[in-house]
Design a protein around this ligand. Structure first.
Ligand code: HEC
Ligand code: HEC
Length: 626
């Protein structure tokens, strides 16, 4: 169980002056911080890498709680200026945290195939209870009565309803695809849940992620569809008056030929406003400016008076502070997509409606507001930025160090670059804009490398290096070539070779997440039967998809050429993590593996008639277990 690792630290908040520089040098030398930070290194990381990714503030604004994904720790921080006063270790990656309304209990989701929700006494750090949850639990949201807790099980695609008094889960409500953020309305009547990815085949319209709304009384779920092209949802919050829900995401013009990035031609960085009572989209607000975009919006929080909205931009290392009333009001149409509007009189000049505040650290993700102070977890810098909202600083914000400055490994630097929109022309997008978490956005793109008019489904980075060639038509010999062409032709950036090779290292380091279909890490009986079928001559699947990577690394004609296609032969994809990469095939025309086999008659060349319904289901279960 969790225990206290260290009770005090000596790192003061950093100011942009020589004193801070000196303090940092001392920290690096370990003289001040070294002994006080018994931080274990995450696998493959330089010592001290923490990765703060979730944040909460006590009701009195005096204490911050920061979850660090990489060091698997939760820190108590004296707000507003530091220092860290306590640090505990948790059993798995702390993916989210929240406080009970009275501030007495801290709830931490620890993400794993079988996640744990820890209920911790906020004053003593004693673990009061430990409640099992689903695959990759995150974003715990507590009802105002303090009794009901809702937790997103990202890879089970559902939301656990937990009775905190009983200390147990009482129900699961189905979300749509990868729920990653949730909030309860102030009256406790509904939970709004952001689904990370669209769940549509790519000949459908619209193609977009949805927000799931759970009626807490009936536990029935409905969905609010976001505008066509919406994906990569990250943050969600409810306005204090309970009228609006705000959700951050990207909006892609994925049907256009991506010849340039300007004016949101490819990806726009937006915030959608939902009407809680009417359960509909009010506005999708563009957060970019014409010549300086604001890539990869992530966290969103409201000020207590409901007047301002604070959005972190993970790709451009800044926060936006928006006028909430303006965001829900009449917008000016000046974006590529008719669905997206600008805040009025946003002519590229700073206006009273919206401020952009540069942050001192890299990779801002979670945000929390206490009074007129905004706190932002800076994922790559192991710091919390402190922004005074009443007098937004011109030269960046203050910072609280969670430990010594991280010594980035080459891999970590690659991860930062992969998520960094500031290396893209005009900051419109990062690699992660289409490859969130190093995976895929569930969209098709008509990249120019294989001609125009033949869109391809975005590929996950998993096993990209060990399974050459790259791209559906194999037009890049290696993943390394794809990385370099991505920088030049998709981000429109010339970057030094050291950066490309750091990105290579990050991509190489990605490890498959265990499938949600596994039972205690093993194949279910159905998947076992499917495994036998997969390897048998009756199906012949393993001829082209031999273990261990489930690809023969060759190009085959499997009859998948569509009316837009130029060629018949496609690279055989690895099937590891196929549970995560719908829609399927180079053109994303099949939403499920079963559709691929039955409607698409994939791989079976007529033999599917010989398979019973049960056998087909077993085969599918095996593929989804890889
Ligand atoms: C606009 C969306 C988009 C962006 C931004 C993007 N990619 Fe891709 N990426 C794709 C698509 C689509 C494919 C699949 C193309 C195909 O199959 O022809 C792909 C394929 C790849 C592959 C090949 C994977 C394999 O196994 O075949 C690699 C590697 C890759 N991208 C790396 C990157 C890197 C690195 C960046 C940032 C420099 C990046 N991508 C930015 C859309 C994008
Ligand atoms: C003749 C070689 C061959 C055989 C046999 C074969 N596959 Fe495939 N498989 C491919 C190729 C090539 C693709 C990619 C086609 C495309 O993108 O249009 C593919 C794609 C897939 C995909 C989609 C993966 C993704 O991420 O889009 C799945 C799932 C799959 N195969 C499962 C199977 C199963 C199950 C069987 C046995 C019933 C099977 N395959 C038999 C060559 C084969």
């Amino acid at each position: 169980m969790a225990h206290v690792r260290a009770d005090s630290t000596a790192c003061e908040p950093r100011k942009r002056d020589w004193l801070r520089t000196l303090a940092r040098m001392v920290c690096v030398a370990g003289i001040v911080c070294g002994a006080a930070f018994p931080v274990e290194a995450a696998a493959g990381e330089a010592p001290g890498s923490q990765g703060p990714s979730a944040l909460a503030v006590s009701p009195d604004g005096q204490t911050g709680y920061v979850a660090s994904a990489d060091s698997r720790q939760v820190a108590w921080v004296a707000f507003p200026a530091g220092p860290v006063t306590r640090r505990i270790e948790v059993p798995a990656e702390p993916s989210g945290l929240t406080l009970s309304p009275d501030g007495a209990r801290l709830i931490v989701t620890c993400a794993a195939p079988r996640s744990t929700v820890l209920v911790i006494d906020a004053a003593t750090a004693q673990v009061l209870s430990s409640i099992p949850a689903g695959h990759t639990a995150m974003s715990p949201a507590i009802a105002p009565d303090g009794k009901w807790l809702y937790v997103c099980n990202r890879f089970h695609h559902d939301v656990a309803v937990i009775d905190l008094d009983a200390g147990a889960e009482v129900a699961r409500v189905r979300a749509v695809r990868e729920p990653v953020a949730a909030a309860v309305t102030p009256d406790g009547a509904a939970v709004f849940v952001a689904n990370h990815l669209p769940n549509d085949r790519l000949d459908a319209y619209p193609v977009s992620a949805v927000v799931t709304v759970i009626d807490t009384r009936t536990r029935q779920a409905t969905a609010i569809r976001l505008p066509h092209g919406s994906h990569s949802l990250r943050g969600l919050c409810v306005s204090p008056d309970g009228k609006y829900v705000y959700v951050t995401h990207l909006l892609s013009n994925f049907e256009l030929v991506p010849t340039h990035v300007e004016f949101g031609w490819m990806n726009m960085n937006v915030l959608t406003v939902l009407d809680v009572r009417q359960r509909r989209v009010v506005n999708t607000v563009g957060l970019d400016e014409s010549y300086t975009a604001a890539g990869n919006p992530w966290g969103v929080a409201c000020t207590a008076d409901g007047k301002s909205l604070c959005v972190s931009h993970a790709g451009t290392h800044e926060v936006s502070v928006l006028d909430a009333a303006a965001a829900a009001g009449r917008l000016v149409q000046m974006y590529m997509s008719a669905d997206v509007g600008s805040l009025p009189d946003d002519s590229g000049q700073p206006t009273s409606q919206r401020h952009r505040i540069p942050l001192p650290g890299k990779g801002p993700r979670a945000v929390a507001v206490a009074g007129s102070t905004l706190y932002v977890a800076e994922y790559f810098s192991d710091t919390v930025a402190v922004v005074n909202l009443t007098a937004p600083p011109a030269d960046g914000a203050e910072q609280i160090a969670l430990g010594p400055p991280p010594q980035w490994s080459n891999r970590r630097r690659g991860e930062l670059l992969f998520n960094d929109a500031s290396i893209c022309r005009q900051q419109w997008q990062s690699c992660a804009s289409c490859h969130p978490d190093g995976r895929a956005d569930a969209l098709n793109w008509d990249l120019l490398n294989d001609g125009v008019g033949n869109p391809k489904n975005t590929k996950s980075m998993i096993l990209a290096f060990p399974t050459p060639p790259s791209m559906a038509e194999g037009v890049r010999g290696t993943a390394g070539a794809a990385v370099r062409s991505g920088l030049t032709n998709i981000l429109f950036a010339e970057r030094p070779e050291t950066e490309s090779s750091a990105i290579d290292e990050y991509v190489r380091s990605l490890e498959p997440v265990p499938s949600p279909s596994l039972v205690d890490g093993r194949l279910s009986p159905a998947a076992q039967r499917g495994k036998t079928l997969f390897a048998s001559e009756r199906t012949g699947c393993s001829r082209c998809h031999p273990p261990p990577l489930y690809t023969d690394l060759k190009m085959h004609d499997v009859g998948s050429r569509d009316k837009y296609g130029w060629v018949d032969r496609f690279d055989t994809p690895a099937l590891i993590e196929a549970w995560r990469t719908a829609p399927y095939l180079h053109n994303g025309l099949y939403l499920t593996v079963k559709e691929l086999l039955v409607q698409g008659k994939h791989g079976l060349s007529g033999r599917e008639e010989g398979l019973s319904e049960q056998e087909l289901d077993d085969l599918v279960e095996f593929v989804l277990s890889l």
